[in-house]
Design a protein around this ligand. Structure first.
Ligand code: UDP
Length: 312
């Protein structure tokens, strides 16, 4: 039975990865300090192959026994989180990644880093391919996340090249689905909660900036395929269906049947103007492409948000 550590395992993506790998027969150790993760996300897991460890991965990680895989997902991941937790964001991407890689080396485990489309910054190349080096403002408010993840990629490649650790790097584009927090701050959770509760929908700037949104089950499948592959350079995983933020707000109004108004709010500093993954590499190397249509993904996310908001 493979034994797998998932850091950030009580977060949005981490908890879906726990479910996925338990279903694949793994023993799963979920590690989280719960600053942005929540025990609610893993409360449904009853398996005796599952264990939760409350720990900040920026502290030395001591784990008994063997490990086959480490999926390093611990990090604040919403712009409002990294504004509130700038030092923690930098520390988990740098010191946390170093600790998780050190553990992978010691246990001879395969390591997968959750990287991000933010490594491309406000991109000057469109769509973004893995060989684009990016356009990042290191000292802007998003720099704490972008640079931590860029450092994490560099550290991962150094452990791969210098220590021979088996490593994988996934560059995750905007993802949505159940278990995003109501007050997560990102576009889809904001718009859904606002639409459901009849508040104004806050579109930042003129809403012409674009994103490409991937449903969580597609993302998790892509990550698993990458983990099982023998490819150690970064791979984009995301849904190339690009739309403006205003179009997404309108889509959510339609899906919820809400009468909320769309209002304009200030555009955050360094907000990328365009973003779309080129997934040619994922398709070639992993035989992967997303399958969940936006309408279906939004419907199941909406069900989750409605139930969550009703229970509050
Ligand atoms: N956004 C918005 N209203 C919100 C939240 C976000 O218009 O209430 C915009 C944000 O400015 C960005 C896009 O939606 O252009 C996606 O933002 P998000 O925070 O989801 O993730 P990002 O891709 O910027 O990391």
């Amino acid at each position: 039975m493979p034994r797998t550590l998932i850091t950030g395992g009580a977060g949005f993506l981490g908890s879906h990865l726990c479910d996925y790998h338990l279903a694949k027969g793994h023993e799963v150790i979920c590690m989280d300090n719960l600053i942005t993760g929540s025990l609610d996300n893993i409360a449904h897991i009853k398996s005796d192959r599952f264990r939760f460890v409350q720990q900040n991965v920026t502290e030395f990680i001591a784990l008994e026994g063997e490990l086959d895989y480490i999926l390093h997902f611990a990090s604040p991941a919403s712009p409002i989180d990294y504004l509130e937790l700038p030092i923690q964001t930098l520390k988990v991407g740098s010191l946390g990644t170093h600790n998780a890689l050190g553990l992978a080396k010691k246990k001879n485990a395969r390591f997968l880093l959750a990287s991000t489309s933010e490594v491309y910054g406000d991109p000057l190349v469109h769509p973004q391919k893995e060989d684009y080096w990016g356009n990042v403002n290191p000292i802007g408010p998003r720099g704490v996340y972008d640079e931590a993840k860029r450092f994490a990629e560099a550290m991962t490649m150094a452990y791969h090249r210098y220590h021979g650790v088996e490593t994988r790097i996934v560059r995750i584009f905007n993802t949505y689905g159940p278990r995003m927090r109501i007050r997560d701050g990102r576009a889809i959770p904001n718009f859904l909660s606002q639409a459901i509760t009849g508040q104004d929908i806050t579109v930042y700037g003129d809403g012409s900036q674009t994103r490409s949104f991937c449903y969580v089950s597609d993302l998790v499948e892509g990550i698993h395929r990458l983990l099982m592959s023998d490819y150690s350079d970064p791979v984009n995983i995301g849904n190339p269906q690009e739309m403006t933020v205003r179009e997404m707000a309108e889509k959510i109004l339609q899906a919820t049947g809400s009468t909320s108004k769309i209002i304009s709010a200030p555009l955050p500093a360094d907000d990328p103007k365009i973003r779309q993954p080129d997934i040619g590499l994922a398709t070639e190397k992993l035989g992967w492409k997303p399958e969940v249509e936006l309408d279906r993904g939004l419907a199941s996310t909406l069900d989750y948000f409605k139930a969550k908001l009703l229970s509050q």
